[in-house]
Design a protein around this ligand. Structure first.
Ligand SMILES: Nc1nc2c(ncn2[C@@H]2O[C@H](COP(=O)(O)OP(=O)(O)OP(=O)(O)O)[C@@H](O)[C@H]2O)c(=O)[nH]1
Ligand SMILES: [Mg+2]
Length: 441
């Protein structure tokens, strides 16, 4: 990181519970700041040597009954926050942990606000902004794909890509600015070279934007809806994919009335699989009619529709134009040779269907860089600034204006990582990001 900013109140030592609820056997009380050592030692005796876990008694009898703890001392700057950090691994339970935190507060520690530990890590240059957001995303991740994406953020993969683009845009701006005083020396060749370079940079940012939708799907479970005519074997396929008998299967058309959903992992991708009532035109049954209405709603809100028709009957209505076409009951025949064929009875084609669904839901993951809306917005603004720099160059506008737009693009990119080469990141941006963290992070 090129420059660092001190925490808002660098002299304060903060305390928070680093472990979450519900309680496990152990809770970790974490202190960070210049007084970490002097606040803790009266409670536990002398700290152990740095980065070694040692057993200590916490609190003496004047504070209530003592607790046994494992203590680790991580003097700054080689700690998570970059400050002096002490962690007390104590017995969990709100009352026990609360009295230890209270004893530390009585001695002068301040209760940490949301995300304050991570914010201090950022302010001391231990983490860039997008890495800090990656930690929050990792903790919030609900699918394995989301974990993978968050891990890549924490590892700094996005940060490196963004920094590379920012410095390339910065080099181009510097070159253009070098010509500001002698615009008559600028040749057509220079201009077309600059435009080419700029188009390449803009394409890089646009590719990140394209990856946002894939990232969104990775974090939220996509809804995969099985639909088709009654008796197609939708419920049987639903059960076969789940590996358990969740929905009722019967030879009576119109068996499934309301939709049924279940969570399912397909090739590492977690989705919500939905079984629906079979679609047909004429039905006097008002419950079935209502069910069909719900099927249509599910289809409309689906990430992917698996359209099912059975191999033993001809297509009645035209199948929907989008979605994955699958022929069921392949054990009974083969009527639509170019459709993916499955049999819930024999298991034929199920593995292929699983990977086909996962592939379609994942989409193009060749550049799964951007997963968070804030990063998408900054990349989008950077791409827009580069686009307007391009058109300024194309219309032979003054080079000052081109350089200005490039500066805007650099600034937008810098806000992704928080590397404040172009001046510090606004307090409003930081406050918004860190307030989304929990206390103790
Ligand atoms: N031979 C064979 N029969 C199947 C297969 N899948 C389903 N069936 C039979 O087809 C009939 C209808 O199956 P369901 O899964 O209830 O059909 P559905 O599409 O859910 O029907 P609705 O809920 O009425 O819309 C049942 O008798 C199943 O046993 C299959 O792969 N092979
Ligand atoms: Mg059914």
């Amino acid at each position: 990181m090129t420059s660092k900013r001190p925490p808002a109140d660098p002299d304060s030592t903060i305390v928070g519970v680093a472990t979450g609820t519900p309680d496990g056997g152990v809770a970790i009380v974490r202190l960070s700041g210049p007084e970490a050592r002097s606040l803790v030692e009266p409670l536990i005796g002398t700290l152990p040597a740095p980065r070694l876990l040692a057993r200590r008694r916490v609190l003496d009898s004047s504070d209530g009954s003592p607790d046994d703890a494992l203590v680790v001392w991580m003097p700054g700057p080689r700690s998570f926050t970059g400050e002096d950090v002490v962690e007390l691994h104590v017995h969990a339970g709100a009352r026990n942990v609360g009295r230890i935190v209270a004893a530390l507060q009585e001695r002068g520690a301040r209760a940490a606000g949301p995300g304050e530990f991570t914010r201090r890590a950022f302010e001391h240059g231990r983490l860039s902004l997008e890495q800090a957001e990656g930690i929050a995303a990792l903790i919030a991740a609900r699918t394995s794909a989301a974990i993978d994406q968050a891990r890549r953020l924490v590892a700094g993969e996005l940060g490196r890509e963004v920094e590379a683009l920012r410095s390339a845009v910065g080099d181009l701006r510097a070159e253009i600015e070098a010509n500001l005083d002698f615009p008559e020396d600028v040749t057509d060749g220079d201009v077309s070279r600059w435009r080419e370079e700029l188009l390449r940079h803009e394409a890089t940012a646009r590719a990140w934007l394209g990856s946002f939708a894939a990232g969104q799907r990775a974090r939220e479970r996509a809804r995969v809806v099985i639909a088709g005519p009654p008796n197609a074997g939708k419920s049987a396929l639903f059960n076969a994919l789940l590996g358990r008998s969740r929905a009722i299967v019967s030879p009576t058309p119109g068996t499934t009335r309301d939709y049924v959903e279940a969570e399912l992992e397909l090739d590492g991708l977690e989705v919500v699989l939905v079984d629906t009532a079979g679609l047909r035109q004429a039905t006097s049954d008002s419950i079935e009619h209502e069910g069909i209405g719900r099927s249509r709603e599910q289809i409309a809100g689906a990430e992917l529709v698996v359209w099912l028709e059975p191999a033993d009957t001809a297509t009645a209505d035209a199948p929907p134009s989008s979605g994955l076409r699958v022929e069921s009951k392949r054990d009974l025949g083969r009527r639509r040779p170019d459709w993916l064929g499955v049999s819930a009875q024999t298991g034929e084609g199920l593995a292929a269907l699983r990977s086909e669904i996962a592939g379609l839901v994942r989409g193009d993951e060749t550049a799964p860089w951007i997963g968070l809306a804030r990063h998408r917005d900054r990349a989008s603004d950077a791409a827009a600034a580069m686009a307007s720099a391009s058109s300024l160059l194309a219309t032979a506008a003054p080079l000052e204006l081109v350089a200005f737009e490039l500066g805007v693009a650099e600034r937008q990119l810098a806000e992704i990582t928080g590397r404040d080469a172009l001046g510090p990141i606004g307090e409003d941006v930081l406050a918004r990001i860190f307030s989304q963290f929990c206390i103790g992070k």
